[in-house]
Design a protein around this ligand. Structure first.
Ligand SMILES: N[C@@H](CCC(=O)N[C@@H](CS)C(=O)NCC(=O)O)C(=O)O
Length: 206
């Protein structure tokens, strides 16, 4: 059975929702960040990166949200969570996932994870101060140029939707007013109403 290692409030929410939308049989295992469980030898044996998400499959462990999302979409093709038979559309989808992973998530991480990039406390403060602008700029691009509507990639719900939802939930904490992005905010509200999303949110917050 698939086993997802997750922590509340993190990017693992996207993979969690995708598994639920796919109708997958899986076990969700919480990693306790308050105890720094992600740094323990036991967890590092599962994911040497010391991060969530990690998805344990019968063929090995997958990490990196875009890879896990694509794996879920390809493993449950009947759920149509990605345009699997269209190379160009699938590449467009991956382009969106990659942007969230490598640019938007990294901009967000400068809020609390400054010690990854500098030792100087003043540098941490400088990085933190830049987060609202960088996250605001990223979401302006998503709102104005990337979000097709009604779902991220257009008419069809896809693995990009839980990923955008997950990161859009960080806006307030990053000092950005989500009201600046009406399409993203409307999408966030519609996502909460989806049964799979409500189920995962309830489980994660329990
Ligand atoms: N590129 C990875 C990023 C994973 C990542 O940074 N996860 C964060 C939570 S959002 C984490 O586990 N942080 C724990 C830590 O830094 O100690 C992905 O997209 O899956």
């Amino acid at each position: 059975m698939l086993k997802l290692y997750y922590a509340p409030g993190t990017c693992s929410l996207a993979s969690h929702i995708a598994l639920e939308e796919a109708g997958a049989t899986y076990e969700a295992r919480r990693v306790d960040f308050a105890r720094a469980e992600q740094t323990t030898p036991e967890y590092l044996a599962i994911n040497p990166k010391g991060r969530v998400p990690a998805l344990v499959t019968d063929r090995g462990t997958l990490t990196e949200t875009p890879a896990i999302l694509a794996y879920v979409a390809q493993s449950f093709p009947e759920r149509r969570l990605a345009p699997l038979d269209d190379p160009f559309e699938f590449a467009r989808l991956q382009s969106f996932l990659s942007y969230l992973c490598s640019t938007v998530h990294v901009a967000h991480a400068h809020n609390r994870r400054g010690p990854r990039w500098a030792d100087d406390p003043a540098a941490h403060e400088a990085m933190k101060a830049k987060v609202p602008q960088n996250m605001g700029d990223c979401f302006a691009l998503i709102e104005n140029r990337m979000f097709a509507g009604p779902f991220v990639m257009g008419e069809n719900y896809s693995i990009a939707d839980p990923y955008l939802f997950t990161i859009a939930n960080w806006l307030e904490g990053d000092g950005v007013d989500p009201g600046r992005f009406p399409k993203v905010l409307d999408h966030r509200n519609r996502m909460v109403a989806r049964p799979a999303v409500a189920k995962v949110l309830a489980a994660v917050q329990a």
